[in-house]
Design a protein. Sequence first.
Length: 262
Amino acid sequence: MPAVSPRSRLLAVCALPVTALFAVAAFAPLPFSIAQPGMTADVLGSNKGKPVITVSGAETRKTTGQLRMTTIAATGPDAQVGLGDVVDGWFDTDREVLPREAVYPVGESTRQIEKHNVQEMRKSQGSATDAALRRLHRSPDDVKVTLRLADVGGPSAGLLFSLGIIDKLDGDGRGGDLTGGRTIAGTGTIAEDGTVGAVGGVPLKTQAARRDGATVFLVPKAECSDAKSGLPKGLRLIPVTTLDGAVDALNALNTGGRVPSC
């Protein structure tokens, strides 16, 4: 039997801790969340039997087409995500591995996170209403908007809420629909001044949008490169930075004008 050299013995000894670490990692929970395409909802329609947008104090239009807000579905903050889940997520184009802190606030309980998401959604709805009414030169003292969307939290539907309010009240401003009869999807936060903000999870949201029939996707301009990664066939990206820019882009799409692209 050949003698074992000191170098070989050293390498074998060094390999033991590494092997042990892999063995532990295979079974230990890791600080990641696994996300996949979530539900979408037409803000011009109903959700769980109730209109998403209800307006009082002003006449509304009958609309055609759809404006679909998009979501991702992620493993819960208490979920045990192991090495096998992470490796599978890396190789599955329908899933994405995200640091848990990128999905959920650090150090908060599940109940606190749910409360936080509800608060962010309500804040987003208020900003969306203010931005839309400001665009239309309508007073919030006269026009009341109620937004309802069950089982969805966070601020990422803001842009689509604003566009839905505008379409309900004014359409394209010339008697037609802002959607042009299309199924438009998108994502993005909205500020009261109409600024559109980035949201994350865009590649998964584009998949959800195409799955549910969208042909156009409005994306915060800062996330164009992410959106182009694995973009589903048949889905056109339109980058936006403001509510005015989103309205202008949709009007240009309907009239054959110049439409921005990623």
